[in-house]
Design a protein around this ligand. Structure first.
Ligand code: HEM
Length: 189
């Protein structure tokens, strides 16, 4: 949520797109904002996914031991059984071969240009993958969508104009967190 709000605070056009999607998906906000509304909100989902890609909350996975010899398809590198592996999700999700211009924040990245629908990528694995992936993923995704939805329904917000561009820096560790920042909120009437 911290980085989602920060990225949105400097993108008025994206905020408007998200607001318009939510409004339409909830019949002009006559319905509660629920996870069911997500099908009508491909840009909202894509924006959230892009935040999770560029700044994954948990950049390093827990260490694993390899249970049998593994040779990589790409370059033939061999990892013998027993090797300890630490997956760097942060860097893997900035691989040029999986994401064009990986260091750019592109909120449309996960929208299928043909169908206009949200199209997640298996190469974006912020919640890890496999049997030990995050058990809280469905809850987190629904919560972020609904929290953002209610904030957008009642407020527009922006980064204070008199301040410089936001500081997106972080301390690289077990968890990535944004530094404290201020936003201006305007209540919608
Ligand atoms: C945006 C929010 C979250 C992110 C980015 C996230 C990310 C992750 C990641 C990457 C892992 C796997 C770590 C690894 O393989 O080393 C993980 C595991 C786990 N997460 Fe989350 N998580 C989030 C929210 C939650 C929430 C809300 C809950 C609980 C309600 C939760 C519960 C767990 C548990 C129990 C595991 C361990 C699963 C296992 O070892 O089998 N997470 N999470």
């Amino acid at each position: 949520m911290e980085y989602l709000m920060l990225h949105l605070s400097i993108r008025a056009e994206s905020r408007k797109r998200i607001y318009d999607e939510l409004k339409k998906a909830t019949l002009s906000f006559s319905e509660e904002i629920s996870w069911e509304a997500r099908d009508g909100c491909p840009f909202t989902l894509s924006f959230i996914e892009e935040v999770l890609r560029v700044l994954p909350g948990a950049p390093l996975m827990r260490p694993r031991y390899i249970t049998h010899d593994v040779r990589l398809d790409d370059d033939g590198l061999l990892f013998p059984k027993g090797t300890q592996v630490l997956v760097n999700a942060y860097s893997a999700m900035r691989e040029e071969k999986h994401f064009k211009e990986p260091n750019k924040f592109k909120p449309d990245r996960f929208i299928d240009p043909e169908t206009g629908r949200f199209r997640p990528s298996k190469n974006c694995f912020t919640f890890s993958t496999g049997p030990r992936h995050c058990i809280g993923e469905p809850l987190s995704r629904a919560e972020v969508f609904i929290f953002l939805g209610y904030i957008m329904k009642h407020f527009d917000f922006r980064f204070p104009l008199d301040e410089a561009t936001p500081d997106f820096s972080y301390t690289f560790g077990r968890i990535i967190r944004a530094k404290p920042y201020d936003l201006i909120f305007e209540q919608r009437i």
